[in-house]
Design a protein around this ligand. Structure first.
Ligand SMILES: [Zn+2]
Length: 375
């Protein structure tokens, strides 16, 4: 008997879940359209719609139909019923975003603040989150959780940094970092968060390799819309792939890492951290910028070709540099194709779609996606 009732409950929740997600995807939809699209009876639709109305997850957003006849009610999801907070934490900046139940951005703020393990830093982090929730005009209990993207490697339970050389914060826990954040916090590796945001916005792709070309380099292997973490879990750490044996010293202690030749500070460092200025000067034909850029593309082409050889999938270029790459893709593709054993083009290369806040977005989105699945 117990088993039967579980099957019944599973089906009941599955139907509710399908009804909710169909309303979400449609934006606005009537009961009869729901019944038709989901192939569920009208009474079943009514029961689930009533339940979702009772839970405050949907609302009557208008009517469909012609004047004269009886108008059909239109339903939409109440996007602010639940939200998720995403944080991108780097050496010098904190970005905080809030996304709604549809995954849409409703708040964004970036502040310049040098990372520190001091209590004052954690306090400020907590204040920024509370400010974000307040400004988003939502109830406290609507916050499903806070995802924090950091430049470090994260344990499988997402609670601890087990390698954090960049910020010198190995051993930092989600609990400690979120000491003043009144919601449950999870840690994410920054490149994995960026990759997840990107693949979530790419319906045409199921698998890809994402490269985050920011002040540090990260990579993320995406298989079937999920991040493949590896057994350690240290997958996709292409920043420490050797591109020049015996080359320049990397912060990791090795020599000739990809990180050494393609981190964004090599470019932005020419203009006191202003990456846009570098690209502007490059476009204006500055000789020194041309030289630096030529070398940058050379090493980038080595890395992307290696990835293509290894995974035979699309390679997406993101991060600070990725956001500026569109114009130079022909040049990069030509260089990468020259190295390729099997193909005479590098059309597998693509720039990121998510140009802004990708890391914060990728650490907030999992909360929303889990909600869609488990509602
Ligand atoms: Zn290294």
């Amino acid at each position: 008997m117990q088993k039967e009732s579980n099957i019944y409950l599973d089906l009941k929740y599955e139907n509710r879940n399908r009804v909710f997600n169909k309303i979400r995807e449609a934006g606005s939809i009537s009961s009869s359209a729901l019944s038709y699209e989901l192939q569920l009876s009208r009474p079943t639709i009514k029961q689930n719609v009533d339940e979702l109305l009772g839970m405050g997850l949907i609302y009557e957003s208008g009517t469909f139909g012609h004047t004269g006849g009886r108008r059909a009610k239109a339903f939409s999801i109440l996007k602010k019923n639940r939200v998720a907070v995403g944080i991108d934490l780097t050496k010098n900046h904190i970005t905080v975003i809030v996304i709604d139940l549809n995954g849409d951005l409703i708040y964004e703020k970036r502040v310049r603040l040098a990372f520190s393990q001091e209590d004052s830093y954690k306090r400020e982090l907590g204040r920024l989150v509370e400010e974000a929730v307040k400004a988003s005009d939502i109830e406290n209990d609507a916050v499903m959780g806070v995802g924090i993207a950091v430049p470090g490697l994260i344990t499988e339970d997402q609670k601890k940094v087990f390698y954090g050389e960049i910020l010198k914060f190995t051993g930092m826990t989600a609990e400690e970092l979120g000491k003043y954040i009144p919601y449950s916090c999870r840690l994410y590796n920054d490149a994995d968060a960026g990759g997840y945001a990107e693949i979530s916005q790419s319906e045409e792709l199921t698998d890809a390799f994402y490269i985050s070309l920011s002040n540090n380099i990260g990579g993320s292997i995406l298989i079937d819309h999920k991040v493949y973490k590896g057994e350690s879990p240290r997958s996709g750490e292409i920043g420490h792939m050797t591109v020049l044996p015996g080359g320049g010293e990397c912060y990791c202690g090795q020599q000739g890492c990809f990180e050494v030749y393609c981190n964004a500070t090599l470019l932005s460092g020419q203009y006191e951290g202003d990456l846009a200025m570098f690209f502007q000067q490059l476009d204006e034909g500055d000789e020194k910028c041309r030289e630096i850029w030529k070398e940058y593309l050379h090493y980038l082409s080595i890395a992307v070709n290696n990835i293509r050889m290894l995974f035979d999938c699309k390679v997406i270029l993101g991060g600070y540099v990725g956001a500026h790459l569109e114009k130079y893709m022909d040049e990069l593709k030509r260089l990468a194709a020259e190295r390729n054993t099997f193909e005479d083009n590098a059309d597998y290369l693509r720039v990121c779609k998510v140009k802004k806040d990708a890391l914060a977005l990728g650490s907030a989105l999992p909360f929303v996606h889990e909600f869609w699945k488990t509602l």
